[in-house]
Write a protein that binds this ligand. Structure first.
Ligand code: GDP
Ligand code: ZN
Length: 316
């Protein structure tokens, strides 16, 4: 269905309303959503103070990382009035196939893998494509490397992913290997962790959070009923201007792929080679003079990446 276009008049009115929200009213303030749970939103003001806000019903989902305009409605009662335009919105599919929002204005997705359970490279490529489509920089983390018999990486992450520009960080939370390198990639970024259950996301999260926060998390969890099902999403400030958004209930989310966006554009190396295909609309499946197929034959494109590309091109 085509999206209804806004008339010039409507657009002007919305622009004016937005302007009024940001500048004309002393009671309107801007802040960062750092927690959302049970219909209440905690907004951090520029001075670091916190406001617990109710939400106007017609705003749609508000998530951690959102910048919002809010106002004081009564003494120490606040209400969110508007969400500022987002750079991006990380979304997932829930168990019923519904699209759910996870976090907004993310700059980095940490894709966590482990020596055990063994990495599923098809799932990794789905995460990578999803991140590319949503304009979020992915970083690959391989945990539990102390379980490897030799320093060689049996999953070939380095040889497949480093040449196409993805950072691969190898760590062992257990042995505290590589933790400094991991921490430094979070500097000045707003990061979300993803990966299947058991790879060590909770362990990594507690390593990354400054000690003060762990205490807060323990207290707030102890107060909640059914603590394993209703844990709150939270944005944590890290040293060196980084933020970590932890979404404990949905860390192992299914990556959401946008059927309207090109699959090949999200495979960096395929996108690059495709400039040399004979046909501008080449799908790189069996076309003549396809530069991508040639590059796979020459070993310039990893076979696993190309196979996963084909699988994602025609899912099911
Ligand atoms: P999550 O499901 O991804 O959050 O994973 P957890 O953090 O709960 O970790 C799953 C299991 O892996 C736990 O038993 C951890 O103690 C263990 N684990 C975490 N990091 C390491 C590691 O570096 N080496 C080993 N051998 N086990 C680890
Ligand atoms: Zn081609």
């Amino acid at each position: 269905m085509a999206r209804r276009r806004l008339s010039h008049h409507q657009k002007k009115r919305i622009d004016e309303a937005q302007k009024a929200l940001t500048t004309d009213n002393d009671r309107h303030q801007e802040g960062l959503v750092i927690s959302h749970h049970g219909g209440k939103i905690i907004v951090e003001k520029p001075d670091g103070g916190l406001a617990t806000c109710a939400v106007k019903s017609n705003l749609g989902a508000i998530v951690c990382g959102d910048l919002v305009i809010f106002e004081e409605t009564a003494d120490d009662e606040f209400r969110v009035l508007a969400i500022k335009p987002r750079d991006n919105l990380l979304q997932r599919l829930d168990g019923f196939g519904h699209v759910k929002s996870i976090a907004a204005n993310i700059t980095q997705l940490l894709i966590c893998l482990a020596v055990k359970p063994e990495p599923n490279l098809f799932l990794l490529d789905q995460y990578l494509l999803s991140a590319e489509q949503q304009r979020i920089e992915p970083v690959i983390v391989l945990n539990k490397i102390e379980l490897l018999d030799s320093p060689e990486d049996p999953f070939k992450l380095d040889s497949i992913y480093t040449p196409i520009g993805y950072q691969v960080i190898k760590i062992s939370v257990k042995e505290q290997w590589g933790m400094a390198a991991l921490k430094s990639v979070l500097d000045e970024k707003t990061t979300v962790l993803s990966g299947v259950s058991g790879v060590g996301k909770s362990s990594i999260t507690s390593e990354l959070l400054p000690d003060t926060y762990i205490k807060i998390a323990e207290i707030s969890e102890a107060n909640e009923e059914g603590r394993h099902t209703t844990r709150t999403s939270r944005l944590y400030h890290l040293p060196n201007a980084g933020n970590l958004i932890d979404t404990p209930g949905v860390r192992g989310f299914n990556p959401l792929l946008d059927p309207m966006l090109s699959v090949s554009a999200g495979f960096r190396e395929i996108d690059q080679h495709s400039a040399h295909c004979r046909f501008a609309n080449c799908k790189h499946t069996n076309e003549p003079k396809c530069a991508v197929i040639d590059a796979v034959k020459d070993g310039e494109i990893a076979d696993s990446r190309y196979q996963h590309y084909l699988r994602m091109l025609s899912p099911g």
